[in-house]
Design a binder for this molecule. Structure first.
Ligand SMILES: Nc1ncnc2c1ncn2[C@@H]1O[C@H](COP(=O)(O)OP(=O)(O)O)[C@@H](O)[C@H]1O
Ligand SMILES: O=C(CO)[C@@H](O)[C@H](O)COP(=O)(O)O
Length: 498
């Protein structure tokens, strides 16, 4: 039996999966790493932590699987999107990476809008959002000119890790789409954008498809992790593109919900013709010549992990969520908005922050926990709503990410989204998608679709419970008012944030 490895470079951890030719996940190994929030709205990671975590996870994966290294043919990546890694000419990062959930770049976003005008949407197909890469590049150039002067090019998080594994610098189209520098439909770096901001073409890495082979493992890396130097390395893609591949979202009509650190609702687009007028993100898929549209909740799983870290330190998610199934929809009148690091869809707003509305002396920690999960799901439902309003049928949603480990949350998703929610045998869609890129790249299947027929294994389907769905429809209308009613209050409070 032959095997491939999927490496998912997430925000909370790097997760590695060993997957057989039959699509069975035969081993998993995960390594966590820290996030640095030095100021309100800032979010950074050390690229060395990603590399060390990946090497440790790979070593553990190979050792615990008992599989012979010769049988592991290839490896590919899924990566947290948008994070800026600036490299000096020797390939060393000049500063920590600035991540997708860092919102310090509002001023740069406004400048990008003024400079590019209508080209912003017609070329990059996306609005200027703080999380995207170009505003981060402009921020470093303005605020840290010494660091910027050392940088000769930039890469995205998984590209840096791949470079350290195979020694070659590349970026795939699905990840490049999130930089705001790509001509998304034309699949090339946009000369218009680069010249508008005086960035040299050499500052951008060579573009490849997510399924392209970029090299083989460097001999020293292979021996450090217990693999062979002939292991093929494939480019891989953005985590959401890989999540879509790993959930079989490879043809029109399918929708994905992912609750990781962020939360996304995503639909497949067969070509670049759809026009959502910048209300949702529009990116290249990991499947060649196709696209996807998606809405993003910045702090989805992160809201629950923030809540756990602050009020239930040291407890597992299982302990934290115990008993929430005994509480009725609406958490006894408690409502949470998950804007704890600002928001993207449908309110691109770096200043807004979260709220608990309706706190009552009768509420217990379990009510708060359920309210957090409901608030996250309401936020994702705003994206579902937007797709429905744009004419899409959203009746079946494949659910992945850490949030999909929780059956109560999966039922809540079905009740709030008013759609069937499908859980997969393994909730790690992006890691599986990465493994599928390697499997297809190794020639095991003629296409990603053929690979999905074997690799994507559906488990349970959750159907809406009519009385819950009716309650949630009423609550959702209340939830939608909280943004408007707390916006000004948060603007006033922002002066007191550090
Ligand atoms: N048992 C669980 N119940 C509810 N939520 C969970 C559970 N396990 C993990 N999560 C959620 O999943 C999130 C992590 O998801 P994951 O997909 O691993 O994130 P990332 O890819 O961003 O690193 C956590 O922040 C948490 O909110
Ligand atoms: O910014 C986005 C998408 O635009 C995020 O979805 C990141 O790609 C991080 O993903 P997770 O760590 O939550 O999987």
């Amino acid at each position: 039996m032959k095997y491939v490895i999927g490496v998912d470079l997430g925000t909370s951890a790097v997760k590695t999966l060993l997957v057989s030719q039959a699509g069975e996940v035969t081993a998993e190994a995960t390594k966590e790493y820290p996030l640095y929030h030095e100021r309100s709205g800032w979010s950074e990671q050390d690229p060395e932590d990603w590399v060390a975590g990946t090497l440790e996870a790979l070593k553990e994966l190979v050792a615990k699987s008992g599989v012979s290294a010769e049988d592991i043919e290839g490896l590919s990546f899924s990566g947290q999107m948008h994070g800026l890694v600036l490299l000096d000419p020797a390939g060393k990062p000049v500063r920590r990476a600035i991540l997708w959930n860092d919102t310090r770049t509002t001023e740069q976003c406004r400048r990008i809008e003024r400079t590019l005008g209508e080209k912003l949407l017609s070329v990059t197909r996306n609005p200027a959002l703080e999380g995207f890469t170009l505003p981060k590049i402009l921020w470093v150039r303005e605020h840290e000119p010494e660091a910027f002067a050392k940088a000769s090019r930039f890469v995205l998080p998984k590209d840096y890790v791949r470079y350290r594994l195979d020694g070659a610098i590349h970026m795939d189209l699905s990840d490049a789409a999130g930089t705001l520098m790509l001509d998304v439909a034309g699949k090339s770096w946009s000369q218009d954008v680069l010249s508008a901001f005086e960035l040299a073409p050499e500052f951008c890495p060579p573009l490849v498809e997510a399924s392209a082979q970029t090299g083989t493992l460097l001999p020293e890396v292979a021996s450090a992790v217990g693999l062979t130097a002939s292991t093929k390395v494939f480019a891989g893609g953005a985590d959401n593109a890989c999540g879509a591949i790993g959930s079989g979202i490879l043809k029109p009509g399918l929708t994905l919900c992912s609750i990781g650190t962020s939360g996304v609702v995503l639909t497949y687009e067969p070509d670049a013709s759809a026009d959502y007028k910048g209300k949702v993100h529009f990116f290249n898929h990991g499947k060649a010549n196709s696209f996807y549209a998606m809405g993003v909740t910045l702090a989805a799983g992160y809201s629950l992990s923030w809540f756990r870290g602050t009020f239930a330190k040291g407890e597992s998610f299982e302990a934290l969520t115990a008993g929430i199934d005994e509480i009725k929809p609406g958490s006894n009148g408690l409502l949470f908005t998950p804007y704890i690091v600002g928001e993207r869809t449908p309110h691109p707003d770096a200043v807004i922050r979260g709220s608990f509305i309706g706190m009552d002396g009768a509420h217990t920690r379990a009510h708060f926990t359920r309210a957090v999960m409901e608030g996250i799901t309401f936020s994702l439902n705003e994206s579902v709503d937007m797709f429905r309003e744009a004419g899409k049928t959203v009746d079946t949603i494949v659910s992945i990410g850490g949030g999909a480990k929780n059956p109560v949350w999966l039922q809540m998703q079905a009740d709030i989204f008013q759609a069937e929610v499908v859980a997969l045998e393994n909730e790690q869609g992006p890691g599986l998608g990465a493994a599928m890129l390697a499997a297809a790249g190794c020639g095991w299947f003629p296409s990603l679709d053929a690979c999905a027929d074997v690799f994507v294994k559906r488990a349970k389907t959750y159907r809406p419970i009519p009385e819950n769905a009716a309650e949630y429809a009423k609550l959702f209308r209340i939830y939608q008012q909280v943004y408007g009613k707390t916006k000004e209050l948060n603007e006033a409070l922002s002066a007191f944030r550090n």
